[in-house]
Design a protein. Structure first.
Length: 186
């Protein structure tokens, strides 16, 4: 199988189920940003400790599932939808449980923090902001077309989870989170 098909040379691409849309459509942008988030999380996993790498890779697999759902238009047939990978109904619940567990090992957060710290934390903060952008784009898509509300809730929780993972990475590396101070107060 060749990696190039030439079918997108005219600015269109295929959705799951066969219909074709412009590459600048909201649906394509939404799952493209989820794909970008997945790549950013892969970069995070490459520099994370064993425990964080495992949970990051688990969520990368879930992002592929989310991408397949987003790549399927709302008007797709039931037989097409039947082939989609299952979406775990409590995906955001899994993240909430880990947020709670990881937060227990951290000092109390008393102010906003400046994104950064060790390499792993800085990458996780970047992934968090990419996640927020993907979440906004999926929300925009939901204004015009059906998006499973669980997918929106998942992205919202995933960004919180990435924030906590960034703090955990700094804590485990012995790097103190830098509290934000408004310009002029520093």
């Amino acid at each position: 199988m060749k990696i190039y098909t030439r079918t997108g040379d005219d600015g269109e691409t295929g959705l799951y189920g066969g219909s074709r849309v412009r590459k600048a459509s909201e649906r394509i942008i939404a799952y493209g940003e989820v794909d970008e988030l997945n790549s950013a999380m892969g970069l995070c996993a490459a520099d994370a400790d064993e425990e964080l790498r495992a949970v990051l890779q688990r969520e990368q697999a879930r992002l592929f599932t989310l991408g397949s759902w987003l790549a399927t238009p709302s008007e797709a047939s039931e037989s097409t939808r039947a082939h989609l990978p299952a979406w775990r109904a409590d995906a955001f619940g899994v993240l909430e449980a880990e947020i709670d567990r990881f937060t227990e090992e951290l000092p109390e957060l008393k102010s906003f923090i400046v994104p950064g710290g060790c390499q792993a934390a800085a990458r996780l903060h970047l992934a968090r902001t990419i996640c927020r952008r993907a979440e906004r784009t999926v929300a925009a898509l939901a204004n015009d077309d059906y998006v499973d509300p669980r997918h929106q809730a998942y992205l919202n929780r995933l960004s919180d989870w990435l924030f906590v993972l960034a703090r955990v990475a700094n804590w485990r590396a012995g790097v103190v989170d830098v509290p934000w101070k408004p310009a002029g107060e520093a």
